[in-house]
Design a protein around this ligand. Structure first.
Ligand SMILES: [Mg+2]
Length: 268
């Protein structure tokens, strides 16, 4: 805690350029603290004097990117509200478009991605210090990794509230909502995903399309085809919202593609 606060206070912003006024050893020490014990919002210094840092702006390349500094910025962006604010702004854009245009189509539909669109995996992301660990258990103990499949099977992801509100508004307006996710369609993961969605408030959705186990190639091709399948059933995807470009595929098979912020990981 003390080391983090000292680090945060040592960053100053001059003429849009971050000046790092701490020693390399101090940065490494703080990054190590953040990485070895999962951080929490209560631990983080979001004092008003540091507000300028809560937007995600990496340092200029006077030096090569330093992964410890970038992790620090990501946690600051998340814990101090920058991420939530940017996320809500984009969802508001999706909501406005959906409600303005849905009535133009006979069978309008809203398509949502799941991870970092409808559900937040921040707890896992933070626990793994921004690494991706596909296998192994997820004990959620300090200093221990959390395997991705075990995490998803535990149904512990939380709702991203702006998306949940959009979902509920769409359902109230009788607009069908479909989830299309890159999560693999294996029986235990399908059940765990359904359980997670229902647990956090996504009720009475109209379909859940998961990626077939044997599907290879880009996620974009799978998702684009899933939207084309909806079109073949007579639906018009008025809004397709996701956190990766591969969720959107340039807007194919949707009237409006909405890209949410996700600086935490990349899915090609
Ligand atoms: Mg996603």
């Amino acid at each position: 805690m003390a080391a983090k606060c000292a680090l945060l206070g040592a960053w100053t912003r001059v003429s849009s350029v971050f000046v790092i006024a701490v020693t390399a050893s101090a940065i490494i020490a703080a990054a190590a603290i953040a990485g070895t014990s999962s951080a929490s919002a209560a631990d983080w210094n979001c004092q008003p004097e540091a507000r300028a840092q809560h937007k995600l702006e990496p340092p200029t390349l006077q030096q090569p990117y330093n992964i410890g500094q970038l992790k620090f910025l990501l946690r600051d962006y998340y814990f101090c509200g920058g991420y939530a604010q940017d996320f809500a702004t984009v969802v508001a854009e999706a909501s406005a478009y959906l409600h303005q245009h849905a009535s133009e189509y006979k069978k309008p539909a809203l398509v949502l991605d799941i991870d970092e669109t409808s559900l937040s995996n921040w707890v896992e992301i933070d626990q793994d210090d921004f690494g991706f660990i596909p296998g192994g258990a997820c004990p959620m103990r300090p200093g221990m990794a959390c395997g991705d499949l075990a995490w998803e099977l535990s149904s512990r992801a939380t709702a991203l509230k702006p998306t949940l509100a959009l979902f509920k508004d769409a359902k109230a307006a009788h607009i069908p909502v479909f989830f299309i996710t890159g999560r693999r369609d294996q029986s235990n993961l399908r059940l765990a995903t359904i359980k997670n969605l229902n647990k956090v408030g996504y009720h009475h959705w109209d379909g859940l399309v998961m990626r077939p186990i044997l599907s290879t190639g880009s996620v974009a091709a799978f998702k684009s085809k899933a939207r084309a399948d909806l079109e073949a059933r007579g639906y018009t995807v008025v809004v397709n919202m996701g956190d990766q470009e591969s969720d959107l595929d340039g807007g194919a098979h949707a009237k409006k593609a909405i890209r949410l912020p996700n600086p935490f990981y990349f899915i090609p």
